[in-house]
Design a protein around this ligand. Structure first.
Ligand SMILES: [Fe+2]
Ligand SMILES: [Fe+2]
Length: 289
């Protein structure tokens, strides 16, 4: 067992936790995607560098081009050459494509039922984060990417403990604290701790670790705006039917939005059905289910 220090508690966790070998030995997410995430988002980074990093991974290149032409991203022109895609789409959007491709490969497109619902939830959260970002005055692309990665700890635990995680997902729960406690009891680590550890160990930029560790915390205006946006995205994904856990009594979208302490821009007036339809369509085009 490796020991790691958690700086972000979720009210249930101790500050120190042990990292099971199964998790510690997981292969990292695509090194190319991680390199891209760590590239400056300023425009002074040469586009060439993006092309070099993606092209070094042929599978990632193919997946990025396929996603660029899919309804998930919905660009007006078809793109077949990476350099053209990057010029057309811009480096920030390319990061979102590369991370989506890397995550899709990481989850195997959702091989087990647990992985399938988790991947679907992650995609729904990412797409909702893109919708929510303007209300927090955040970059849509950054919000999408962090939303996509928020449950990386859960994906890591499913990969590490597939059968035990199926047992964890079998019952109904009332509150996320319960799920976290059951993960801790059965696996010795919960998915927030796992996400914190994985994102730190793999070298993700700082915001990713905070969100992975704290997205189930109580919503508070002292939380960073990025964390608040992902907290809303994760909860809305659940209420729109993209939950990983079976909730005994889920919150309505209106209740979720009423828990947001403060939105810099006036709260959105969404039609729940229209939003669900939009997200479902995009997920089907990507995940195929
Ligand atoms: Fe979570
Ligand atoms: Fe979530």
């Amino acid at each position: 067992m490796q020991m790691s220090v958690a700086q972000f508690g979720n009210g249930v966790n101790a500050a120190m936790f042990a990292v099971p070998d199964q998790l510690a030995n997981l292969p990292p997410l695509s090194p190319a995607a991680l390199k891209l995430l760590n590239l400056s988002s300023e425009s002074d980074v040469e586009l060439k560098r993006y092309v070099q990093i993606i092209e070094a991974d042929p599978l990632l290149t193919a997946e990025v081009l396929q996603l660029a032409n899919s309804p998930l991203f919905g660009f007006a022109t078809n793109v077949h050459v990476l350099g053209h895609a990057i010029t057309l789409i811009g480096p920030e959007r390319i990061k979102t494509l590369a991370v989506t491709a890397a995550m899709k490969a990481y989850t195997g497109g959702g091989r087990s039922p647990a992985m399938r619902v988790s991947w679907k939830h992650s995609l729904a959260c990412a797409l909702l984060c893109r919708e929510i970002a303007p209300f927090f005055k955040l970059s849509e692309d950054r919000c999408y990417t962090v939303g996509l990665m928020h449950d990386i700890g859960r994906l890591g635990l499913i990969k590490s403990f597939s059968q035990k995680y199926d047992q964890i997902l079998a019952p109904e729960y009332v509150h996320s604290d319960e799920v976290i406690r059951v993960e801790s009891t059965m696996l010795g680590i919960d998915h927030c701790q796992a996400g914190f550890w994985l994102t730190r160990t793999w070298g993700f930029p700082a915001g990713f670790s905070e969100v992975s560790a704290r997205h189930h915390d109580k919503m508070s205006e002292t939380n960073s705006e990025l964390l608040q946006a992902v907290q809303v995205g994760c909860r809305l994904a659940d209420c729109l039917g993209f939950a990983v856990v079976k909730w005994n009594q889920g919150l309505s979208c209106e209740e979720i939005l009423s828990h947001v302490p403060r939105l810099p821009v006036e709260a959105p007036q969404w039609s729940r059905e229209a939003l669900r339809e939009k997200i479902t369509e995009k997920i089907q085009s990507t995940a195929g289910y």
